[in-house]
Write a protein that binds this ligand. Structure first.
Ligand code: GAP
Length: 433
């Protein structure tokens, strides 16, 4: 993890938020390469949801919502962790992470001081809407994007004339005042979710849950994640969230252990029922095919965008013995690599820079590309390996004779020659978009 965090900083992938002020805990900024990586991850997910399926619509709901949304969803009453405070050293612990004997004896695991009784601590961030800071103007930063979809169920269904089964997909920020954030971008207080809510007829929910968990697992495989690092974890009765009848996590084996990457939940009719009760708007559905009215069941796929990025980084980072030195390489799937192609003139003379600039200008409008003419070509390759760039094009003396350039593959380090006019086609053939 230390190597990854320092590489991420050095190469402009991820920086600590507000670093010049000493940083702010559990908040991170995406740098020039990180923002490209993140856009690619979101694009891959968006395409998998709204292009590969013909029954999923998109949505982009506001982060601030009516406070009653969070009463209806159960978050005001139940989205809380039990905490204990030490009266001496003032450290705060999640009660479930304090050893049992310390809890029993009310002794702080850090200093031996006296612990308070466990108290529930709500994880939602609060702020005030409008000029008056009183109870009536409290609003929350959404702790999940899902509720924005549920409250728009009727709007989306009616405006897009969808029939059940259909889904709504959304990518957006969520906020949780986590007690134990950490492990880089694994658990943060501000993060992005990629959630899809699939509305189905009651009784068909188990089948859809199976189908979606399979599909979501395969998505990570398609992004090139090593299969032996992925597994399912099925929630036992005690682990299930207040809204779920059944749930699976997709887990990845991080350097700090197996951890949840995505949740796939059968949320039953819990959400639409609660919003019907609290808003007074009837959220039931009339099914013309069976002539019945029912409240749809919801199968949810809830992925963390930042957590996916951490997974991709961890899985891609390799250190290989390259003779005299260690080659550090990020073996990203080409579709999510921040830079798709680098262009080098072998030397800065004999007309090579002019041809290389032309190639760079041809690629640039279509793919994120990088031009580099400093240092030996070997060093330039290494720099691109570290950034995860899948293809490097080099203009050399042969180019001057036959208008071909070398293209070097990041993973195999093999080189082949392609005609200058075919560079863009080469990339189109090797990249999904
Ligand atoms: N709508 C359901 C829901 O939010 P969740 O299991 O609480 O379910 C879903 O969260 C996903 O969101 C997680 O699997 C994880 O990828 C991501 N996530 C949740 N909390 C996070 C945090 N504090 N930091 C980063 N990602 C988080």
């Amino acid at each position: 993890m230390d190597k990854l965090v320092s590489l991420a900083k050095r190469r402009g992938i991820i920086f600590q938020s507000s670093e010049i002020y000493g940083g702010i805990n559990a908040c991170w900024d995406y740098g020039p390469l990180g923002v490209e990586l993140k856009r690619n991850v979101k694009e891959a997910w968006w395409r998998a949801m709204t292009r590969d399926h013909n029954n999923i619509e998109g949505l982009d709901a506001a982060i601030l919502m009516h406070p009653n949304v969070w009463v209806a969803s159960g978050h005001v009453a139940g989205f809380a962790d039990p905490l204990v405070d030490c009266k001496s050293c003032k450290l705060r612990f999640r009660a479930d992470q304090v050893p049992e004997e310390n809890l029993r004896d009310h002794k702080c695991p850090n200093c031996g001081g006296e612990l308070t009784e466990p108290r529930l601590f709500n994880l939602m961030f609060k702020t005030f809407m409008g000029p008056v800071e009183d109870e009536a103007s409290i609003v929350y930063l959404r702790p999940e994007t899902a509720q924005g979809i549920y409250v728009n169920f009727l709007n989306v269904k009616d405006s897009s004339r969808r029939k059940i089964p259909f889904g709504i997909a959304q990518i957006g920020k969520a906020f949780r005042n986590e007690i134990t954030p950490g492990n880089f971008i694994f658990r943060t207080r501000e993060f992005e979710q990629m959630e899809m809510q699939f509305f189905v007829k009651p009784g068909t929910d188990q089948e859809w849950l199976e189908q979606w968990r399979e599909e979501r697992f395969n998505w990570y495989l398609k992004l090139g994640i090593r299969p032996e690092k992925l597994r399912f974890h099925q929630h036992g009765p005690k682990e299930l969230a207040h809204y779920a009848a059944a749930a699976y996590d997709i887990e990845y084996e991080f350097p700090f252990g197996w951890q949840e990457l995505e949740g796939i939940h059968d949320r039953t009719d819990f959400d639409l029922k609660r919003h019907t009760e609290h808003s007074g708007k009837d959220m039931s559905y009339f099914d013309e095919s069976s002539n019945e009215r029912y409240i749809p069941y919801i199968i949810e796929t809830s992925a963390g965008c930042d957590r996916t990025i951490l997974t991709l980084l961890v899985d891609a980072l390799r250190e290989e013995d390259a003779g005299k030195e260690i080659r550090t390489v990020l073996k990203f799937h080409p579709d999510i690599a921040p830079i798709k192609a680098a262009v080098f003139p072998l030397v800065n003379r004999d007309g090579m820079p002019e041809i290389a600039h032309k190639i760079y200008d041809i690629i640039r409008p279509y793919y994120k590309a990088f031009y580099d003419d400093s240092g030996s070509v070997g060093r330039r390759y290494r720099r691109q390996d570290e950034a995860g760039t899948p293809y490097c094009f080099t203009v050399d003396s042969q180019t001057l004779q036959d208008r071909t350039v070398t293209v070097r593959d990041r993973d195999t380090m093999q080189q082949e020659r392609v005609h200058v006019d075919q560079v863009l086609n080469f990339l189109r053939d090797h990249l999904a978009w």
